[in-house]
Design a protein around this ligand. Structure first.
Ligand SMILES: [Zn+2]
Length: 248
């Protein structure tokens, strides 16, 4: 899960990594969902089961986040809602704050037994290092989206976990982390794949220049603390349009 991009560290020692899809996505039954036949050919494998975007998803945000963090979460939601209105004519998400029980946290990235509801998911604040590492996440990893789905159906259950203590040195990346994780919640994988094994449908990150659309996307798998991304780019928007229009 922890991945330091050597190329970025050359640019700045303050490179911070994002959650990788491979560790975030969990398919309950089988990996039948292979992608969407829209958008760029070298991003066709960069999709996970999309959400049912025909309904507004209620995001239950852990009341353990402080007011400034909740405002940043709302700002990231606003970015995605703008995309929803552009693509579907309505918002994607509505935020509510809620005291979230520890039972809402999966016990591992393989655990799909956590409580979930149709039409919503939670954003949970985790600060205990032990909880985070027990889940199998690196202490440098600020956010993970665990998604449960099967076959070609919509994602049926998911939860975003955020470890704010992993951002203590880089609090300015918080909104970037949320914007990125919400992209996973919509069904987008990363804009490119560091683990690419020559897959034609999933561009390798290592070959990208910083000016590349895939590099600049909010769904690029790394965050630079000196230039956090708080807006969706054309590439994010194009892929979101593919995912939001998906119907099983
Ligand atoms: Zn990610």
């Amino acid at each position: 899960m922890k991945r330091w991009d050597a190329r970025l560290i050359l640019l700045t020692a303050a490179a911070v990594t994002m959650a990788l899809v491979g560790g975030c996505a969990r398919k309950i039954v089988d990996p039948t969902f292979t992608g969407l036949a829209c958008g760029a050919a070298d991003q066709r494998e960069s999709y996970m089961n999309p959400i049912d975007a025909s309904r507004v998803q209620v995001i239950s945000v852990d009341s353990a986040f402080d007011d400034a963090q909740i405002a940043k979460i709302q700002s990231a939601i606003d970015s995605w809602n703008s995309q929803g209105r552009a693509t579907l004519g309505h918002d994607l998400f509505r935020l509510q704050t809620l005291a979230i029980s520890a039972n809402s946290v999966p016990t591992s990235v393989e655990d799909c037994g956590f409580p979930g509801v149709v039409g919503g998911f939670s954003v949970v604040k985790i600060t205990a290092a032990q909880t985070w590492t027990d889940l199998g996440f690196s202490r440098s990893n600020p956010g993970v989206t665990i998604r449960c789905s099967s076959g070609i159906e919509f994602a049926e259950k998911q939860v975003i976990l955020v470890n704010t203590s992993n951002m203590d040195a880089y609090p300015q990346i918080f909104e970037n982390v949320i914007l990125h994780e919400l992209g996973h919640a919509v069904g987008l994988g990363h804009s490119c794949d560091d683990q690419n094994k020559g897959k034609a449908g999933f561009r390798n990150c290592q070959s990208l220049e910083p000016t590349d659309d895939y590099f600049q996307a909010a769904m690029y798998p790394y965050i630079r603390a000196d230039s956090p991304k708080e807006n969706l780019t054309a590439n994010d928007q194009e892929r979101a349009s593919c995912a939001l229009n998906y119907r099983p």
